[in-house]
Design a binder for this molecule. Structure first.
Ligand code: C2E
Ligand code: CA
Ligand code: CA
Length: 692
C-alpha cells in the first residue's frame, strides 16, 4: 500500500477556506432573506457560485495537501464536474434556507440531498485522479464520511436558517457558526481521504493532459479567496446600504406620522381639526348604517370670546381656548370626538344610546364653559351656545349635519346665548338664506346696491323740519329693497360694516352739503353707528375726512349710537366720544331706555341728545308706566342739558303728549316716512308751501 502524507500548511489553509466559505454562506442567506424579487434570485445565483467554489476549493486544496510517493494529476472534466456538483448543492442549500419555514422533515431531506451532493463532489474529485488500479475505500470510514457530510449539512442548514435574520450580535454568532461548519466540512473531507487506500504500484492516470504541477494550489487558493472576498464584500456593502435604507425609511415613517398629526389636528389645542372630524362623522354614519344606534353632533360656539381676545390680547385668548378645550375634553368618553374647527368654534361628536341622552351631554358642555376660567392671573367669564343635530334624522351626510348644527347654534345664540338648541327644519332654510345673503352683501358696495333713505326730524313746538336721519337700504337684485334688520347684523358679524359704514357717512355728508347749498344751513343729518364701527380705530379719522371732503361744519352731523354701545367698555367709548365731541360733532344716544345705563356714567358722556326708544312711544296711550318712564327720561335729559327726541311717532295723540311732556324734537311715520333724497325733498317743499 502507498502511504500518503499531508502538507500541514495546506491542511490549515483548507480549514480556513472552509470557515471563510461557511461564513460567506451564512452572510448570503441573510441577504437572500431580506432581498426581494429579482434581487433575491441574483443573490442566490451569486451565492451558489461563491459558496460552491469555496467548498470545492477547500476540498481541492485538501487534495493538494495530500501527497503520495508517486506524482499526482487531476482529470480536467471530472474536476470540473466536482465543481459543478458543489455549486449546485450550494445553490440548493441556499434556496432551502431562504424558504419561509424549515420544518424538521424538510430539513432532514435537505440535509440528505446536500450531504449526498458534498459527498459526490468529494468522491468525483477523488475519481479525477484516475488511479490505476482504482482506489480501495475502507467501508467504515467511507460510511463515516457520508454520515459526517449529512450531519454537517443538518447543522449548516439549521444554523443558516436560524441566523438569516439580522439580530444583535448576528456577525459574532455567524462567525462562531462558520467555525463549526468549517470544521464539519473539513472533517468530512479528511475522513473521506482516510478511507482511501492506494494499492502498491498504483499510478495516476490523470497525469497526462490533467491538471498537475506546483503552483496549482496557489492558483486555486487565490481564485477562491478572490471569489469569496468579492461575495463577502458585496454582501457587507449591500447590508450597509440596506440598513441605511431601512433607517431612512424609518425616519420617513416618523416624519409621515408627524405630518399626519399636523394635518389632522389643530396646533393650538391638539384637538382633531375639521378634516379629521369629517372623517369621524363619516365613520359614525357608516357605523349607524351597519349596527344601528345613533349619534349627536354638537356645534359649540363660545359667547364673549372676542371681547376677551380684544381686551387681554391674543396670547390670553389662546390660553383660554386651550383651557376650554381641556375642560370639555376632560368630561368625554374616549370614543367621542371633540374637534376645533375655527377660532372659537368646537364640534363634538358623541355616540348615544338614546337620542334623549343628547340633552344631558349638551347641558353639561354649556355648564362647563359657563364656569369661570383662570387664565394668566385673570378670572375670565364666558359662555357657550350649542346647536345639536341627531343622526339619523337631522341630515344625510356630514356636510348637511354640520350646516344644520351651525344653524341650531345660531338659534341658541340669538335666543340669548349660554344655552343649547336642537335643530329644527325652519332653521335650515334660514341658515341657507343667510349664507347666500352674505355672499351677495360682499358685492353690494361695489355694485352700488346700497341706498340712503332720509326720515325727517321736526321741531316739536314749531313743527319745522330740522334735519333728517339717514337710514340704510339695500336694493337687492332678487329680494328687492331690504331693510337694515335683514343685513346689518350680517355686516357686523363679518366686518363688512366698516366699509359700508364709511360709505354711509360719506353719502350722508354729501347729501347734507347739497341741502346746505339749497339753503337749509341749520339742518343736521343723523348717521347711525354700530358698535363695531364705534370700536374701530379709524372712526374719528373717517368722520373728520368725510366732513372735510364735503366742506361741512362738524355741528351739521349727528352720530347716533345706541345706549348699549355707549355703555359697553365705558372708558374706551368715553375717549372716542370725547374726541368726536371735541371736533364739534353732534352726538345722540339712540334707543334710550332699552339698555342698562348708569346715571353717573350718563353724566360724563359728552352727548347732546337723547332719543327715547320707540317702544315707549308706541305704548304711551295704553301703558301708564311708559308715560311715567317717558316723563322721567325727559326730566333727566333736561337736568343733564340734553335735547330730547322721540322717535316712532305715529299718531296725533302721541305727538301732542310728547310735545306737552317737553320733547324737543319728533320723528315718526306720522310726520314723515324714510324716503330717497329726491322724494324726501319734494315732501318737505310741499309741507313748506302748505304752511305758508
Ligand atoms: P333706528 O336707529 O332706531 O332707526 C329708526 C327705525 O325706526 C328705522 O327703521 C325707521 O324706519 C323706523 N321708524 C321710523 N319711524 C317709525 C314709526 O313711526 N313707527 C315705526 N314702527 N318705525 C319707525 P329702519 O330704517 O328699518 O332701521 C332699523 C335700524 O337699523 C335703525 O334703528 C338702526 O339701528 C339701523 N340702521 C339703519 N341705518 C343704519 C346705518 O346706516 N348704519 C347702521 N350701523 N345702522 C343702521
Ligand atoms: Ca337711529
Ligand atoms: Ca332708535
Amino acid at each position: 500500500m502507498l502511504n500518503g502524507s499531508y502538507s500541514s500548511s495546506l491542511v490549515l489553509i483548507s480549514l480556513c477556506v472552509a470557515i471563510l466559505a461557511s461564513y460567506t454562506a451564512l452572510d448570503l442567506t441573510g441577504r437572500i432573506a431580506t432581498a426581494k424579487g429579482r434581487a433575491a434570485y441574483l443573490w442566490m445565483v451569486g451565492g451558489a457560485l461563491a459558496l460552491g467554489t469555496g467548498i470545492w476549493s477547500m476540498h481541492f486544496i485538501g487534495m493538494l495537501a495530500f501527497s503520495l510517493p508517486i506524482e499526482l494529476g487531476y482529470d480536467l472534466s471530472l474536476t470540473a464536474l466536482s465543481l459543478v456538483i458543489s455549486v449546485l448543492s450550494s445553490g440548493f442549500a441556499l434556496w432551502l434556507v431562504s424558504q419561509p419555514s424549515l420544518p424538521g422533515r424538510v430539513l432532514a431531506l435537505g440535509a440528505l440531498i446536500m450531504g449526498a451532493g458534498i459527498s459526490s463532489m468529494h468522491y468525483t474529485g477523488m475519481a479525477a485522479m484516475q488511479m490505476q488500479p482504482g482506489i480501495d475505500y475502507d467501508p467504515l470510514l467511507f460510511a463515516a464520511s457520508l454520515l459526517i457530510a449529512v450531519g454537517a449539512s443538518v447543522a449548516a442548514l439549521w444554523i443558516a436558517f436560524r441566523l438569516r435574520r439580522n439580530t444583535p450580535y448576528v456577525r459574532q454568532i455567524r462567525g462562531g457558526a462558520a467555525v463549526v461548519m468549517g470544521i464539519a466540512i473539513v472533517g468530512m473531507h479528511y475522513t473521506g481521504m482516510a478511507a482511501a487506500n492506494f494499492a502498491d504500484g498504483s499510478f495516476c492516470g490523470a497525469l497526462d493532459g490533467g491538471l498537475s504541477g506546483s503552483g496549482l494550489d496557489y492558483l486555486v487558493l487565490i481564485t477562491t479567496l478572490a471569489v469569496l472576498a468579492v461575495a463577502l464584500l458585496t454582501s457587507v456593502l449591500d447590508a450597509r446600504l440596506e440598513a441605511r435604507t431601512a433607517e431612512l425609511a424609518q425616519s420617513l415613517t416618523l416624519a409621515n406620522q408627524e405630518l399626519t398629526q399636523l394635518a389632522l389636528h389643530d396646533t393650538l389645542t391638539g384637538l382633531p381639526n375639521r378634516s379629521l372630524l369629517t372623517d369621524r362623522i363619516e365613520q359614525a354614519i357608516a357605523k349607524v348604517a351597519e349596527q344601528g344606534g345613533c349619534f349627536a353632533l354638537m356645534f359649540i360656539d363660545l359667547d364673549g370670546f372676542k371681547p376677551v381676545n380684544d381686551a387681554f390680547g391674543h396670547h390670553t385668548g389662546d390660553q383660554l381656548l386651550k383651557e376650554v378645550a381641556m375642560r370639555l375634553r376632560g368630561h368625554l368618553h374616549s370614543q367621542d370626538t371633540l374637534a376645533r374647527i375655527g377660532g372659537d368654534e368646537f364640534v363634538l361628536l358623541v355616540e348615544l344610546d338614546e337620542p334623549e341622552d343628547a340633552v344631558g351631554v349638551a347641558a353639561k358642555q354649556v355648564n362647563l364653559v359657563s364656569r369661570p376660567f383662570r387664565v394668566a392671573e385673570q378670572s375670565l367669564q364666558i359662555s357657550a351656545s350649542v346647536g345639536i343635530v341627531l343622526y339619523p334624522g337631522n341630515g344625510a351626510d356630514q356636510m348637511e349635519l354640520l350646516r344644520n348644527a351651525d344653524a341650531a347654534m345660531y338659534h341658541a345664540k340669538s335666543a340669548g346665548k349660554n344655552a343649547y338648541s336642537f335643530f329644527d327644519v325652519s332653521m335650515n332654510s334660514n341658515a341657507r338664506l343667510q349664507l347666500q345673503l352674505l355672499q351677495d352683501l360682499r358685492m353690494a358696495l361695489e355694485q352700488r346696491q346700497l341706498r340712503l333713505f332720509y326720515q325727517p326730524k321736526f321741531d316739536a313746538v314749531g313743527r319745522q323740519p330740522i334735519g333728517a336721519e339717514a337710514l340704510l337700504r339695500w336694493e337687492h337684485p332678487q329680494h328687492g329693497m331690504l331693510l337694515p334688520d335683514r343685513f346689518i347684523q350680517l355686516a357686523e358679524k363679518t366686518g363688512l360694516i366698516i366699509p359700508i359704514g364709511e360709505w354711509v357717512l360719506d353719502e350722508a355728508c354729501r347729501q347734507m352739503r347739497s341741502w346746505m347749498d339749497q339753503g337749509y344751513e341749520n339742518w343736521r343729518v343723523a348717521v347711525n353707528l354700530s358698535a363695531i364701527q364705534f370700536c374701530h380705530a379709524g372712526l374719528v379719522d373717517s368722520v373728520a375726512s368725510a366732513l372735510q371732503r364735503h366742506r361741512l361744519p362738524a355741528n351739521s352731523l349727528t352720530l347716533e349710537i345706541t345706549e348699549t354701545t355707549a355703555m359697553h367698555d365705558a372708558d374706551a367709548s368715553l375717549m372716542v366720544l370725547q374726541r368726536l365731541s371735541d371736533m364739534g360733532v353732534d352726538l345722540s344716544i339712540d334707543d334710550f331706555g332699552t339698555g342698562y345705563s348708569s346715571l353717573m356714567y350718563l353724566k360724563r358722556l359728552p352727548a347732546n341728545e337723547l332719543k327715547i326708544d320707540r317702544g315707549f312711544v308706541r305704548d304711551l296711550e295704553q301703558d301708564s308706566d311708559d308715560a311715567a318712564i317717558v316723563s322721567a327720561i325727559v326730566a333727566l335729559g333736561q337736568a343733564l342739558g340734553l335735547r330730547i327726541v322721540a322717535e316712532g311717532v305715529e299718531t296725533d295723540r302721541q305727538q301732542d303728549f310728547l310735545t306737552r311732556l317737553g320733547c324737543d324734537s319728533l320723528q315718526g311715520y306720522l310726520l314723515g316716512q324714510p324716503l330717497p333724497a329726491e322724494r324726501f325733498m319734494a315732501d318737505i317743499e310741499r309741507l313748506a308751501v302748505g304752511q305758508a
